[in-house]
Design a protein around this ligand. Structure first.
Ligand code: NAD
Length: 471
């Protein structure tokens, strides 16, 4: 029986390994992590991450051929294939701070593999890493090899949170990069054999190592660039009376462009887009390509601009001050169907509103009060004025309360800001909300999900991104 071990039981390692275990019943899959609380949660009824369909997959395989453990060294030592799916955040100090990927977790995982291995291994980069990371990993492993043969493969993950299980069941492509040596090609084939259990052959792409590593950064940069392009256009639409939905539809009808990922919004978030573009920028700079670096930087600058623009629109519309006004924030996760708040635009928008002394009442169906408080008090790398929250219960915190119902959040509020596109926000009883709000009652739709005309009929003043403004 082939044994797989995955180091890192996070948003990628957990779901990815669960699907491999489901589709390959003859392979034993053990997911290991240094976080005891995460592994305890994976072994419980309350999984550590919310992802539609994940519970069913885990229920079917856990205890059969899928295991979660904190005994990292034992399971790495026993595995034939070791996936490394640890976090690779942006460095916050030292060389490359603010841009380069922090490979501390990766390096310590590689050193641990070298320490405990007693048999040949295929080591798979599942984390998103800078191009040429495999070279560094090879050095660490071969200089500590004790005669063991290691083959490094790059197998970046393209799943999107919120649709991870469907993405893993039906991937657009599985990408495997390896050395073009006989041993490298054999390792590529071994990993291909795993995915071939459910992924059609034409969707499994094999490349050299550097192409695979760079393709992941490139894919995220292209996706984020589309969002920044349509968001940049949304500002121009507001200035000219064009409607960004109509413009995006007309543009996307061109088969060379397509309709996907052309929704204007308050901005992109998530743990990957900004981090991976910054990483790309750093790699370009290190390779003497400042003009290319500058090009990609603009994608992030437009995203920051869009979040600021939204805050400014809220404040300007509400007679140039939100001081002591209650604002209901609907949605805090960076997108619907996830509880993940990493780099969510809601953080910057909320901090911007708090900076103008608003009182916030926040509701998100999957985000906990602890997460929100941590995110709003966290000192962001470039954040000069962290918000100070009193360490008392959220209902008594002066500026921010976290509530568990959209109607509670909007009661007596002066405005509603929709920051995540949860389906339930489309179906709210807006007449009831209007009746319980201060007047004039504003809706600022940061995701363009509500029917603005219907809301205007009720009496709201509505702002939708990239749409003609209410007079
Ligand atoms: P995560 O923070 O949710 O999970 C990483 C896990 O690795 C954590 O639980 C951490 O405790 C564990 N870990 C760190 N060092 C360890 C060690 N030495 N031994 C054992 N466990 C260790 O991160 P994630 O969202 O799953 O992302 C992982 C990687 O995948 C990142 O490089 C990310 O860029 C990439 N990625 C993420 C997504 C996504 O949507 N989240 C999609 C594609 C790729």
């Amino acid at each position: 029986m082939v044994k797989i071990c995955c180091i890192g039981a996070g948003y990628v390692g957990g779901p990815t390994m669960a699907v491999i275990a489901l589709k390959c019943p003859k392979i034993e899959v053990v997911v290991v992590d240094i976080s005891v609380s995460r592994i305890t949660a994976w072994n419980s009824e309350q999984l550590p991450i919310y992802e539609p369909g994940l519970d069913d997959v885990v229920k079917e395989c856990r205890g059969r051929n899928l295991f979660f453990s904190t005994d990292v060294e034992k399971h790495v030592a026993e595995a034939d294939i070791v996936f490394v799916s640890v976090n690779t955040p942006t460095k916050t100090t030292g060389l490359g701070a603010g841009k380069a990927a922090d490979l501390t977790y990766w390096e310590s995982a590689a050193r641990m593999i070298a320490d405990v291995s007693k048999s040949d291994k295929i080591v798979v980069e599942k984390s998103t890493v800078p191009v040429k990371t495999a070279e560094a990993i090879e050095k660490i492993l071969t200089h500590n090899s004790k005669g063991i043969n290691y083959q490094i493969l790059s197998n970046p993950e393209f799943l999107a949170e919120g649709t991870a299980i469907q993405d893993l069941f039906h991937p657009d492509r599985v990408l495997i990069g390896g050395r073009e040596t006989p041993a490298g090609l054999k390792a590529v084939q071994a990993l291909k054999d795993v995915y071939a259990q459910w992924v059609p052959d034409e969707r499994i792409l094999t490349t050299n190592l550097w192409s695979a590593e760079l393709s992941k950064l490139a894919a995220n940069a292209f996706l984020a660039q589309r969002i920044s392009s349509v968001n940049a256009m949304s500002a121009l639409c507001e200035a000219t009376g064009a409607d960004v939905t109509q413009v995006a539809y007309a543009v996307g009808k061109d088969s060379r462009i397509g309709q996907k990922f052309l929704n204007a919004s308050v901005g992109f978030g998530g743990s990957c887009f900004q981090k991976d573009i910054l990483n790309l920028v750093y790699i370009c700079e290190c390779n003497g390509l400042p003009e290319v670096a500058e090009y990609w930087k603009q994608v992030i600058k437009v995203n920051d601009y869009q979040k600021n623009r939204f805050v400014n629109r809220v404040v300007a519309s509400m007679f140039n001050t939100v001081s002591n006004k209650k604002i209901a924030v609907l949605g805090f996760a960076f997108k619907k169907d996830t509880g993940d708040t990493r780099e969510t635009p809601a953080i910057d928008v909320c901090k911007g509103l708090l900076g103008d002394k608003a009182r916030l009442s926040i509701y998100d169906p999957q985000v906990t009060e602890d997460q929100i408080q941590r995110d709003l008090t966290m000192n962001k790398f470039d954040w000069d004025h962290p918000i100070h929250l009193q360490p008392t219960s959220p209902t008594t915190v002066k500026q921010v309360s976290v509530v568990w119902d959209a109607y509670e959040a909007t009661k007596d509020a002066h405005a509603v800001c929709i920051l995540t596109e949860w389906d339930e926000f489309k179906k709210l009883d807006y007449k009831r909300i209007f009746d319980n709000m201060q007047k004039p009652a504003f809706v600022f739709d940061g995701r363009n999900i509500v029917n603005a005309d219907e809301l205007r009929q009720i009496g709201f003043i509505v702002y939708s991104i990239g749409k003609p403004l209410d007079s």
